[in-house]
Write a protein that binds this ligand. Structure first.
Ligand code: ZN
Ligand code: ZN
Length: 643
């Protein structure tokens, strides 16, 4: 039999491409054109990303990856992680390397430095410079495959114990017989790949920070040093990225929170925010907007207990499916759980009464404070907390009413988010997770209902397989902030299951008992998290309607304080949120501090104002507005609120 001398691969537009047998991705790119040959970074063959140098299988559908593809950035960041390990092992001989993956914003590599070597952030520049030398040297990434025994021997001889452990695990867990190694310059690493053709494709690289990390995230194993960095295809992209980080730092709600008297976090209660006076006002203002939606859309509101018998959580399925996220407590030999969700309490309320089909859909809201046992390492200001308030609601309805109810939730979310200045809402549909309750048929029905509702409204959405709640699929709503970052806020979940567990019924028009469907929904999601997003979105400088303090009265000297208090009292009567700076500081200092407090208006009062009964108004947005009476100023505030 004659061996095939040609293979045929298929290009993304369906065109066949004939190549000599044994041709690689690089050969395919060259056959298409010299421009592509130069731009090529890797190749996708039948959906799998491979090195350009790997031979192509006959009949494969191929696509050449260039720097225009989103995944290409991930590829060169993985390249950069190897270059960093190359630089580090060169600068600090005896360093043990572990793993170095690309991550969302860049890459990292975890190292174990020799005991006598101390590496700090001061060394990052030196490591970066060494990396640059290897990038400039245009070292190619070369792959070889070795039998596991030989690879173990190789790494053992180099004292690279972590690599030996990784290979041993691969043998045990995946039964592999060979492993792949990638070389760039003098450095060779155990790696699945793929990699770009050479180090010179990394146009811009920056190391950012250093942190401790346990080997495999296991506290009983060695503490390693993790170095973070990022890489881009151009210096310009890197500069834009660094600029964004600077801006994010300036807006960081964890710093602005205490500075502006909004909230604080204490080690006595990790992940559980203390709301200060200004922050509590902010929360109430946000709540008022949610309440307006509840009134408009015919919701009733309830409040249920924080602490309930564990028996309830067995019944709800939380014990089996959510236990690791829950706090438990015991009193007088009775076991309680602190609620991580409001649903079981809501079910007890619904189940305590008889319901007729005439009442449905029944929409019951609860601003429910919940607690979840998040690991300390993942806590992040207000964005990831252990205690928060959901603007929650449960809608009980018939299967026929689902589409209408989900549509109503989407509309409420549109209106509410627009009120806060977020117009661009992204929707994600999440389906059945691994840990879940209910039958396949129930899940299918629920997923179809959510899809149907989105399609009936002609809304675009993306699919997020396996990320639903344990009791049902969900739609999540994402907003984009001033820095272009996306945040998940609201959620809407269809649940056929909880009503069964709690034996919830209503009577239909034949007086026969029927099972209602339960829709769990939150418009903003977590009030705390939403407040955190707003703080960063506005960089602490809230619009007039949302500012906890709309105006600061600044008496020019101590003898004007009494008049300042009088001005403030009058303005409060007129519905303006106002504070007086009663400190014995110079007016210059008071003005500077009021500017730092980021309130929309300053009202300076001295002899002249006292005589005329007016205030000298200075607006942050518009500058000096001159003197005016209280009523006129209050009107100005209210018209700004309405804008
Ligand atoms: Zn690698
Ligand atoms: Zn619920």
């Amino acid at each position: 039999m004659e061996a095939a001398t040609q293979i045929t691969v298929k290009l993304p537009d369906g065109t066949p491409l004939e190549l000599p047998d044994g041709s690689s991705g690089a050969d395919a790119a060259a056959a298409i054109g010299p421009g592509l040959a130069k731009a090529a970074l890797a190749i996708r063959a039948d959906g799998e990303l491979r090195d350009l140098s790997a031979p192509l299988p006959d009949g494969a559908e191929i696509a050449i990856l260039t720097d225009r593809d989103e995944e290409a950035l991930e590829l060169i960041r993985h390249d950069a992680a190897h270059v960093m390990a190359e630089a580090v092992t060169e600068l600090f001989p005896g360093t043990k390397v572990t793993i170095g993956p690309p991550i969302e914003q860049g890459f990292y590599y975890d190292f174990e430095f020799p005991p006598d070597v101390k590496v700090s952030e001061d060394d990052l520049e030196r490591i970066e410079a060494a990396m640059q030398r290897h990038i400039d040297a245009a070292e190619s990434f070369e792959r070889r495959d070795l039998p596991t025994a030989q690879a173990i021997e190789l790494f053992r001889a180099q004292g690279q114990d972590y690599k030996v452990e990784l290979i041993e695990d691969l043998i045990r867990d995946e039964g592999v017989e060979t492993v792949s190694l990638y070389r760039n310059g003098p450095f060779e690493d155990l790696c699945r790949g793929p990699h770009g053709p050479g180090t010179d494709r990394i146009a811009a690289v920056k190391l950012s920070s250093l942190a401790g990390a346990y080997w495999r995230g296991d506290e009983s194993r060695a503490m390693l040093t993790r170095i973070y960095g990022t890489a881009f295809f151009s210096k310009k992209d890197l500069a834009a990225h660094l600029e964004l980080i600077e801006q994010a730092k300036a807006r960081d709600h964890r710093r602005l929170g205490p500075e502006l008297g909004l909230f604080m976090l204490r080690k006595e209660a990790p992940g559980m925010p203390f709301w200060l006076a200004h922050g509590t006002t902010l929360l109430r203002l946000i709540e008022a907007e949610v309440h307006a939606q509840l009134r408009k859309r015919e919701y009733t509101e309830i409040k249920t207990p924080h602490l309930m018998d564990v028996e309830l959580w067995h019944r709800s399925g939380h014990w089996d499916n959510y236990q690791e996220n829950m706090y438990f407590t015991e009193s007088k030999e009775r076991q309680y759980a602190i609620r991580p969700m409001n649903c079981p309490g809501a079910c007890l309320v619904f189940g305590s009464d008889r319901h007729s089909y005439r009442e449905l859909p029944l929409r019951v809201a609860e601003f429910g404070e919940v607690s979840r046992a998040e690991r300390e390492g993942v806590l992040h200001g207000l964005l990831r907390v252990r205690a928060f308030t959901q603007d929650d609601a449960h809608i009980y309805c018939t299967p026929e009413q689902i589409v209408g109810e989900v549509t109503g939730v989407c509309e409420a979310i549109d209106e509410l988010y627009a009120r806060f200045g977020f117009e661009d809402v992204q929707i994600e549909l999440s389906t059945r997770p691994e840990k879940s309750i209910g039958s396949a048929e129930q899940w299918e029905r629920a997923e179809a209902a959510l899809r149907g509702a989105l399609e009936a409204q002609e809304r675009e959405y993306t699919l997020n397989p396996g990320d639903g709640a344990f009791y049902g699929p969900k739609i999540d709503f994402h907003i984009t902030d001033a820095l272009g970052r996306s945040w998940q806020c609201g959620t809407c979940q269809v649940d056929f299951f909880m009503p069964e567990r709690f034996d919830l019924t209503y009577t239909d028009h034949n007086d026969a008992p029927q099972r209602p469907v339960m829709i769990h929904r939150a418009l903003l999601g977590s009030m705390e998290r939403f407040a955190g997003i707003l703080i960063e979105h506005h960089a602490g400088r809230f619009p007039v309607w949302l500012a906890p303090v709309q105006a600061t009265v600044l008496p020019i000297s101590d003898r004007h304080i009494e008049f300042g208090d009088e001005v403030a009292a009058q303005l409060r009567q007129l519905g303006v949120r106002v504070e007086v700076d009663r400190r014995s500081e110079s007016i210059g200092k008071k003005v500077r501090d009021a500017e730092l407090a980021r309130n929309p208006y300053m009202l300076v009062v001295g002899d002249r104002e006292q005589e005329t009964g007016e205030v000298a108004v200075r607006s942050h947005a518009e500058g000096e507005l001159g003197a005016m009476g209280y009523a006129q100023f209050a009107e100005l505030v209210h018209s700004a609120e309405a804008a």
